[in-house]
Every structure is written in structure tokens, then in C-alpha cells.
Ligand binder design. Structure first.
Ligand code: URA
Length: 239
């Protein structure tokens, strides 16, 4: 049966559907030996040969999703141009091409999903789905009720964007630092760090502990585990 080229690439674990469109535009994908750069091309996986960077693309990989506890000092990509450690180095699953779902900053730790399930990536990263993500943040300084209220109601970021309402709990207030738990429903670049900076209490440490219904639990830093079918189903029904 025919399907769109970008959907086929996503289903084969090459990248998310949107990222696959970029790869097509960049001229990295060929169908039956001819490079395709236009969107809308349909292919029949049983008859057509699709290549990405010259390598044949096949749908033989079992759909697999893992949760890792990302340590600080790892980049959230499959390949880094500066040869820094990548989150994909932490997963030893030969033959599987797994890609990060969304992004954690270089120094952020905690829950990150890696998958070859393009549909799941699409679902979780779609801005209209507002998947909640919860972080524990250590902030510089003793934060007050006023700033906690500002974080909850929405703050103006450095680019003029106003954040949507968030859930924020104060966990601990010491003389020169504070700990908060914050749940956001959107995913702007460096969002938690920028929100905290906007209210004058910059982030010292940041860890993601939950995404949708999935909790990091006691998974150790640098470790990973494969998600069960029911965990994947619960993620896909989240909105
Ligand atoms: N917000 C940030 O600022 N950084 C992250 O890594 C995740 C959310």
C-alpha cells in the first residue's frame, strides 16, 4: 500500500516525521535511485527502494522505546559535531537506531525517551498536545511567594514570549538557594532555565522527573530501561 515518504522514514526510525521532511528537503533521501526533495511523494514499501544517505531504509526494526536517566554532560542528539558524549551512547542495543524524543540541555539530568517509533515522537513533541513535564530545580537564592506566583501565572521570557500557566511547588527554601518542583505543558528552548532567570532566581541544577504519566522512579543516572507496551499506550493516550 502506498504511503507518504516522510511517514515511511519515520516508521523506519530514521527521524520524526517533521525531521524526515527536513532530511528530504536537504536531498538526503532517494527513491529508486533518484533524489526526492519535494514533499508529497508517495512510495510503496513493497516495491520501491528508499535510501537515506545512500543506505537502504527498511522497516525491519521492532518498535522500541527506552527511558534513560540522562547524566549531565551529554548532548541530546545521536551525533555531536564536537564529539561530546551523546545520549545514544548510553544505550547498548545493536541494530536499533533510537532517537531522542525532544531535548534536555547539556547539563540537565533525568528522564529522556529514546525511540524508533516515529508516531510516538510525533505525538509527544506535537505542540498541540501539551504533554506535562515535571522538573526538580535548584535555584540560586531564596525564592519568595511573589516569584512563585509569577512562575505559576506565566512570565515574560527574553524573546517576548509569555509562558502558559505552570504548576509550581516550593520544596525547600534555604538561605542562599531554593528547590522547586515545576510542571510545564509546553517546551520552549531552555524553558525552565529562562523562566527562573526571568524572575531573578537562576537555575543551578535541573532534573526532569516525569513526562506525561511516566515517572523516572529509581532509575540511576546513565541507566536505561525498555518501556512496556502498556507504558507506551499510556503515553499515546495522554493529552
Ligand atoms: N527546561 C530547560 O531549561 N532545560 C531543559 O533541559 C529542559 C527544560
Amino acid at each position: 500500500m502506498e504511503e507518504r515518504l516522510q511517514k515511511f522514514l519515520a516508521d523506519c526510525g530514521i527521524a520524526s516525521r517533521r525531521r524526515s521532511e527536513d532530511l528530504i528537503r536537504q536531498g538526503l533521501v532517494a527513491v529508486n535511485g533518484s533524489v526526492v526533495t519535494e514533499m508529497g511523494q508517495k512510495i510503496d514499501p513493497d516495491k520501491d527502494e528508499v535510501t537515506f544517505r545512500g543506505q537502504k531504509v527498511t522497516a525491519e526494526q521492532p518498535l522500541t522505546t527506552v527511558m534513560i536517566n540522562k547524566p549531565a554532560g551529554y548532548v541530546t542528539t545521536a551525533h555531536d559535531q564536537f564529539a561530546r558524549p551523546c545520549v545514544t551512547d548510553l544505550v547498548d542495543m545493536p541494530g536499533l537506531r533510537l532517537y531522542p524524543v525532544g531535548r534536555l540541555d547539556y547539563q540537565t539530568t533525568g528522564l529522556l525517551l529514546l525511540t524508533n517509533d516515529g508516531e510516538l515522537t510525533n505525538y509527544l513533541t506535537h505542540p498541540g498536545h501539551h504533554i506535562p513535564k515535571t522538573y526538580e530545580a535548584k535555584l540560586k537564592g531564596a525564592i519568595g511567594e511573589k516569584e512563585l506566583g509569577q512562575l505559576r501565572n506565566g512570565v515574560l521570557l527574553d524573546d517576548g514570549y509569555r509562558t502558559s500557566p505552570a504548576q509550581v511547588e516550593l520544596v525547600l527554601k534555604a538561605k542562599d538557594y531554593s528547590r522547586i518542583r515545576i510542571t510545564i505543558y509546553e517546551g520552549k528552548n531552555h524553558q525552565v532555565r529562562r523562566m527562573a532567570k526571568a524572575v531573578g532566581f537562576p537555575v543551578l541544577k535541573l532534573k526532569r522527573i516525569q513526562e506525561g504519566p511516566l515517572k523516572l522512579g529509581n532509575l540511576k543516572e546513565g541507566q536505561y530501561r525498555i518501556l512496556s507496551d502498556s507504558e507506551i499506550q499510556s503515553l499515546k493516550s495522554e493529552d
